[in-house]
Design a protein around this ligand. Structure first.
Ligand code: SAM
Length: 253
C-alpha cells in the first residue's frame, strides 16, 4: 500500500542517518571545519549571542552531537554572567556522537559538575524529558536529518516552559543568485571530495549535501514553527551568510 511504502522509506531514512553519523562521528569536528571553512563556528557563536541566556537557564540541546552548542552555551553563561548554575542536557539519537561529546566534556571545566548531561533520545519523541521543563530548546544542524520535522517541533513545544524559546540553526536557502552559483559548485563538487579525502567516505557527505537541498525554505520552516503553536517575531528567522544557514526562533506563550 501507499502507507507500506512510506514506512519502508521512513525506516530507511532513519537507518541511513544513523549510519552516516556512526561513520562520521570520529572525523566530524575536523570535517565541519573543512567543509564550512570554519564559518560554522561564527554561526554557532551568533546563535548563542542571539539566545543571550540569562543566569540559571536550563537548556535542552537536541541532536547535540559532539556538544558544540552545549559548550558554547556554558562558556557564555560563565564568561558573561559568571554563572555556574546554568545547565544543559544534550540529547542525540546516536550514542556514537554522544560518546564523542562526553569525551570532549571530560577535558573541560564542566567535567565534574552537574552542568552537562547526556541522553540518547529521538528528537521526535523525547520520552525522558517532562512537559514544560526547559527554558530554551536548541537544535543545530539536526532537524533536517529527522523524518518528521513537524513532530520534532511539536515535541519542542511540549517540553518548553511557558515563555520558553525554541531555536534552530540549520542550513537554508541562499537568497543571492551569484552566491548561489558558487554555493552549488562548492556543495555538489567540493564537499563530497573533501569527504573522500579527509574521512574516506564520499557517500556520507554526498547524503549531507542532498539533505540540505531537500530541506524547507526559510518561510516554509517558519510556518511549521507557527503551526506548532509558537509565536514568532517578524519573519521568524535571521539569515546567516546569504541564507546558507538560518536561525529560526519561536516563543511558547
Ligand atoms: N548540534 C551539533 C552541531 O551543531 O555540531 C551536531 C549536528 S550533527 C550535523 C546532526 C546530529 O543529529 C547527529 O549527531 C545525529 O546523530 C543527530 N540526529 C539525527 N537524527 C536525529 C533524531 N531523530 N533525533 C535526535 N538526534 C538526531
Amino acid at each position: 500500500t501507499h502507507f507500506g511504502f512510506r514506512d519502508v522509506a521512513e525506516n530507511e531514512k532513519e537507518s541511513l542517518v544513523h549510519n552516516v553519523f556512526a561513520n562520521v562521528a570520529g572525523s566530524y569536528d575536523i570535517m565541519n571545519d573543512a567543509m564550512s571553512m570554519g564559518i560554522h563556528r561564527i554561526w554557532k557563536d551568533e546563535f548563542i549571542r542571539n539566545m543571550a541566556p540569562g543566569p540559571g537557564t536550563k537548556l535542552l540541546d537536541v541532536a547535540g552531537g559532539t556538544g558544540d552548542i552545549a559548550l558554547r552555551f556554558l562558556d557564555f553563561c560563565k564568561n558573561i554572567h559568571r554563572d555556574s548554575t546554568a545547565s544543559v542536557t544534550m540529547v542525540d539519537i546516536n550514542p556514537h556522537m554522544l560518546e564523542e561529546g562526553k569525551k570532549r566534556f571530560q577535558k573541560t571545566q564542566y567535567a565534574h559538575t552537574n552542568q552537562a548531561n547526556f541522553l540518547v533520545q529521538n528528537a521526535e519523541n523525547l520520552e525522558a524529558i517532562p512537559d514544560a521543563s526547559v527554558d530554551v530548546y536548541t537544535i543545530a544542524f539536526g532537524i533536517r536529518n529527522c523524518t518528521h520535522v513537524d513532530r520534532v517541533v511539536k515535541e519542542a513545544y511540549r517540553v518548553l516552559k511557558p515563555g520558553g524559546r525554541f531555536m534552530c540553526l540549520e542550513f537554508s536557502k541562499v537568497d543571492n543568485p551569484v552566491i548561489g552559483k558558487f554555493y552549488d559548485i562548492y556543495s555538489f563538487d567540493i564537499i563530497p571530495t573533501l569527504g573522500q579525502v579527509i574521512a574516506n567516505d564520499r557517500d556520507s557527505y554526498q547524503y549531507l549535501v542532498e539533505s540540505i537541498r531537500q530541506f524547507y525554505s526559510q518561510d516554509e520552516f517558519a510556518k511549521i514553527i507557527r503551526d506548532a503553536g509558537f509565536s514568532t517575531v517578524g519573519k521568524g528567522y535571521e539569515n546567516l551568510t546569504f541564507g546558507v544557514a538560518a536561525i529560526h526562533s519561536g516563543f511558547k506563550m
